[in-house]
Design a binder for this molecule. Structure first.
Ligand SMILES: Nc1nc2c(ncn2[C@@H]2O[C@H](COP(=O)(O)OP(=O)(O)O[C@H]3O[C@H](CO)[C@@H](O)[C@H](O)[C@@H]3O)[C@@H](O)[C@H]2O)c(=O)[nH]1
Length: 420
């Protein structure tokens, strides 16, 4: 019997995702037409023997989370529960705090998945590797180029045995081009080192603060406190993948992840991809259209377009490399490229909404999406255009490389601006 834990974090973690995280918890942001973590849930549900999926985070449970849980339980016919941390406990603290729930029913092993990654989740191959040679920790690793590797956990392995010999979280100088994907398979013994870290932290806390007000109580950083500490002791192994993988930290990376998942739908969910039908819109490449969306026949969509529930797309609209969220309206002849149009927003006739893609270098197979800050030297970097929820763009204007905060009613064109 197996279980899976998805680490969904909490509200203050989604800063690079603003203004989109104002409306919906980041793990529920639609990527390729479904909530970001539905891709995780689908992958877990496909592993034979999966008994339960637990989401651990510090979000206040709200309507959107409850609705997601109910729908997912029904669809996958599996218990899927949310366990709320009383405070942010770090990537390992929640696993230790909820250890009884994770170990209930004596699972043989459990997957741990970061919510903000996009992957083809090779969980069954990880499980096969674990069953061949069981170890407490199995990490999924992939390669990155030297510069980008510094943004991730870096792994030095023994190439023969794949044992992790050395682990450094986001090093300041180059350590290894193998990076941690944030996808793990742990055996129940993995909780013992977590207990040791917890107990050590408690002792340190007593030394540091006899009043018991130490703010980090219960916090465990899986990467630094466990992986770095235990590397080279025969407990941590890496399973390398060359499948799709990307982090989803910013809105731009959500759009890139959407492209990766839409590409995968050809094999996994062909029914989710729009097809050209007589009298329907022209479809180019991979496009998702929610069944309730109304798309005019003269619109041209794709590649990499995802259209949400109740969206209206008018005559002559051109839409490429974009996500249009629930209830938005694109009036006749608008052109939307490399952009995210927020919930309930309206783009007026003949308006052009355009962003600049920041995709990984296509000539470097080890390149990943750069999810760095929006600014450099005090200037907004060119990036995709984002319209927050219920924004109104008038007819015949140009909105280029800009971020428009929710509920704004614009009256003219804007370029390279954050419109507050
Ligand atoms: N439950 C819970 N989840 C958390 C907490 N803090 C972070 N998380 C979740 O844990 C995951 C990792 O979040 P970060 O702490 O932001 O780390 P990171 O910068 O994404 O780096 C991690 O992931 C990389 C791969 O994407 C790794 O390369 C890196 O080593 C590390 O594991 C995310 O899914 C986030 O939601 C917490 O206090 N509680």
């Amino acid at each position: 019997m197996l279980k899976a834990v998805i680490l969904i974090g909490g509200p203050q973690k989604g800063t690079r995702f603003r203004p989109l995280s104002f409306e919906v918890p980041k793990p529920l942001f639609p990527v390729a037409g479904v909530p970001m973590i539905q891709h995780h849930v689908e992958a877990c549900a496909q592993v034979p023997g999966m008994q339960e999926i637990l989401l651990i985070g510090f979000y206040q449970p709200d309507e959107s989370l409850t609705r997601f849980l109910e729908a997912a339980q029904q669809e996958f016919n599996l218990p899927i529960r949310y366990l709320q941390e009383f405070a942010p406990l770090g990537t390992g603290g929640g696993l230790y705090h909820f250890r009884d729930q994770i170990l209930a029913g004596s699972p043989e092993a459990f997957f741990v998945l970061n919510a903000d990654v996009c992957s083809d989740f090779p969980l069954s191959t990880m499980l096969d590797a674990h069953r061949c040679q069981p170890h407490p920790f199995l990490l999924l690793g992939t390669t990155a180029n030297r510069t980008q590797s510094l943004n991730y956990g870096c792994i030095v392995e023994n190439p023969q045995t794949h044992e992790v010999l050395h682990y450094v979280e986001k090093p300041s100088t180059f350590v290894s081009d193998i990076i941690n994907c944030g996808i793990y398979l742990f055996s129940p013994e993995a909780l013992k080192p977590l207990r040791d870290v917890f107990q050590r932290n408690q002792q340190d806390r007593q030394l540091e603060d006899s009043l018991g007000l130490w703010p980090g109580a219960g916090t465990i950083r899986l990467e630094q406190d466990v992986f770095s500490a235990l590397a080279g002791q025969g407990q941590i192994y890496v399973h390398l993948t060359d499948g799709i993988w990307s982090q989803i930290k910013s809105a731009g990376s959500a759009l890139y992840a959407s492209r990766l998942y839409l590409g995968r739908y050809q094999f996994t969910h062909p029914e989710r991809l729009a097809k050209h039908t007589p009298g329907g819109p022209r479809i180019r490449g991979n496009v998702y259209i929610h069944p309730t969306a109304k798309v005019a026949p003269s619109a041209v969509l794709g590649p990499n377009v995802s259209i949400g529930e109740g969206v209206t797309v008018g005559e002559g609209v051109r839409l490429r490399e974009s996500i249009v969220l629930h209830g938005a309206t694109l009036q006749e002849h608008t052109c939307v490229l490399h952009s995210i149009v927020g919930w309930g927003s309206t783009v007026g006739r003949w308006a052009r909404v355009e962003g600049t893609p920041n995709d990984p270098n296509p000539n470097d197979p080890r390149a990943h999406m750069d999810s760095e800050s929006l600014f450099k030297d005090g200037k907004l970097l060119p990036a995709i255009t984002i319209l927050g929820c219920r924004v109104r763009i008038p007819a015949e204007v140009l909105i280029l490389n800009s971020i428009v905060l929710p509920h704004k009613e614009l009256s003219r064109s804007f370029t390279n601006q954050i419109i507050l």
